[in-house]
Write a protein that binds this ligand. Structure first.
Ligand SMILES: [Zn+2]
Ligand SMILES: [Zn+2]
Length: 136
């Protein structure tokens, strides 16, 4: 699949051909229709947020359709339209996670920062953090 890759902060994004992602348990593979550019993406690319994933695909304001589902996925089906936000993963067991304040999880990971994001033909996301989007 084609993707725009940030090799290191403060470099230009590079068009790359990457292996299509496979879903882990609880994950969706999403065919990206659109991915906005948010100011936070610019902070990541400019090196103003510490330690982004190396060889990162930025982009965290994603809309697409589910192309594949991993084991245990029960919230979405193939062909459904979904949105993917900045918050991409939390531990699920800390006090914040267990009190519906998972955005404060100390181990939280973020889309297009610590997790490859949406500047690609396909992306992968944890179903727990995806939103249903009207098909039209
Ligand atoms: Zn944003
Ligand atoms: Zn947590």
């Amino acid at each position: 699949m084609r993707a725009m890759v940030l090799d290191q902060p403060r470099q230009k994004l590079r068009l790359a051909e990457l292996e299509p992602p496979s879903p882990m348990p609880g994950q969706l593979v999403i065919r990206v229709h659109a991915c906005a550019v948010c100011r936070t993406d610019l902070h990541v690319v400019d090196g103003e947020l510490p330690d982004p994933k190396p060889r990162l695909v930025p982009g965290h304001e994603i809309v697409g359709t589910v192309a594949e589902t991993g084991p245990g996925v029960d919230r979405f089906r193939i062909g459904e339209r979904v949105g993917v936000p900045w918050l991409g993963w939390t531990c699920g067991v800390c006090d914040y996670c267990r009190s519906a304040r998972e955005n404060l999880c100390d181990q939280a990971r973020f889309t297009g920062y610590q997790i490859d994001g949406g500047y690609a033909e396909l992306t992968v996301a944890d179903q727990r953090f995806c939103f249903a989007v009207d098909p039209r």
